[in-house]
Design a protein around this ligand. Sequence first.
Ligand code: ATP
Ligand code: MG
Ligand code: MG
Length: 542
Amino acid sequence: MKEDLESGKRNNVYTRFPPEPNGYLHIGHAKSIVINFGLADDFNGKTNLRFDDTNPLKEDSEYVEAIKEDVAWLGYNWDGLFFASDYFEEMYSRAILLIKKGKAYVDDLSADEIRQYRGTLTEPGKESPYRNRSIEENLVLFEKMRKGEFENGEKVLRAKIDMSSPNINLRDPVLYRVSHATHHNTGDAWCIYPMYAFAHPLEDAIEGITHSLCTTEFEDQRPLYNWVIEECEMENKPQQIEFGRLGITNTVMSKRKLKQLVDENFVDGWDDPRMPTISGLRRKGYTPESIREFVKETGVSKGSGLVDEAMLEHFVREDLKLKAPRTMGILKPLKVVITNYPEGQSEMLDAEINPEVPEMGVRQIPFSREIYIEQEDFMENPPKKYFRLFPGNEVRLKHAYFIKCEDVIKDADGNIVEIHCTYDPETKSGSGFTGRKVKGTIHWVDANEALPAEFRLYEPLILDNKEDSETVDKEEKTFLDYVNENSLEVLQGFVEPNMKGVQPHDKFQFFRHGYFNVDPKHSNNEKIVFNRIVSLKSSFKL
Ligand code: ATP
Ligand code: MG
Ligand code: MG
């Protein structure tokens, strides 16, 4: 872009993000969004959001709306909002131009026959017996195609290029097909639809796009892209430039597969927090900033960029570190009775909201005779180096006092019901007590005033197979054979009472548990539902 502007080849930069509205956007699309909008911004250019809606069977206005929401949420404003289907008439007339120039013909071969005739990498293709129809006959037949006089698959319009080209894409590619289907935008106005390879260059040229950025699987189609622009005599001549697709470990990124997960109820919708969709990441608690920064760090190159999922997590942790208030929540409650704390009494304790950001101030948390701690923070027969609570041991309660375990209460079956402790009023947090030290600090909530909360913890939905997906397909296993049965864990616990009134998408750092987001779908007046965005620690290094 820089060279094009400096050399005078171009005097502006105009890009587009061209999703097909056949599903929700995923994190891979975020890369394309950041590149297209970001580069245009860098050069004071413009970017269109264009729906590449040339396949009526798969497309839907629900997806159009979801895509608009996601692009805007990521923080980008499009200049023009367009639909490829708005150009159907223009595309049709360009196809007629090709026919008139002897550069396109109507073919009666079936899809299978066309595939057989196409040849292979080592073997040239064979010409269709219909290839040399007269221009007049082609014009009549193409018009009949448009009028609906043929069934699906009965006829196609093909470019007349070169059946022996080493580039298979140039062996008379199909430009139009018959499809009697209702289109989300044009309804029943059309029963022939342009193929991507024909439509896309025309869309770019019509909109005055200068740099048509796409992923590397379209590299072999670039000669065809240029052929369409030239032969259709388009005034604007966009240039196709490819970049590598983004891939993330343990993550499927294909709308087709993601749709299957939704349709077959592996998840509770496109925005399930386990989905790598933009809406799923949003519901899990990812911020637009973290996604943008992640994508920028993955870089732009032609290589396919497979990155570790830990890298995505790193960026949300970084973003939330200074923004999210700290709090305490108990995911698996165990009741503790503080036997020397007066019955019926309680007090309020001060706790900083974010020690790294003192301006965020302090919150107040109640403390009384009964509290909850994590089941994991107590062991009756601990191994060596276990510094949490066990009979006879003393620990610090974060923001409160030292407590010492005096007794374990069990039911008739031997299950632990509650723990009896004593506390030492001298050890109050912030009092400057130095009399003795403890090795463990654990979190807690007041049992009388805590609010019930549900915690949803996530693991990858699909686990990577060791071999690549090609092998998986050959073994006739599909990605569904790698669904992780432990991808969701739901826990019923408690949070501090000051959580009353939190709003969907409020984000917190729970002491020792990680970052959580208030779920917008399942939270209600009785219960707040928290999605874990990410745990606190990671070995990931940039
Ligand atoms: P999928 O089938 O995974 O949804 P797609 O390429 O068919 O991918 P489109 O709706 O055509 O989806 O995508 C719009 C744009 O986003 C295209 O330019 C495409 O190249 C780009 N894109 C899609 N997936 C990725 C990815 N993983 N990394 C980078 N760009 C991507
Ligand atoms: Mg596509
Ligand atoms: Mg696709």
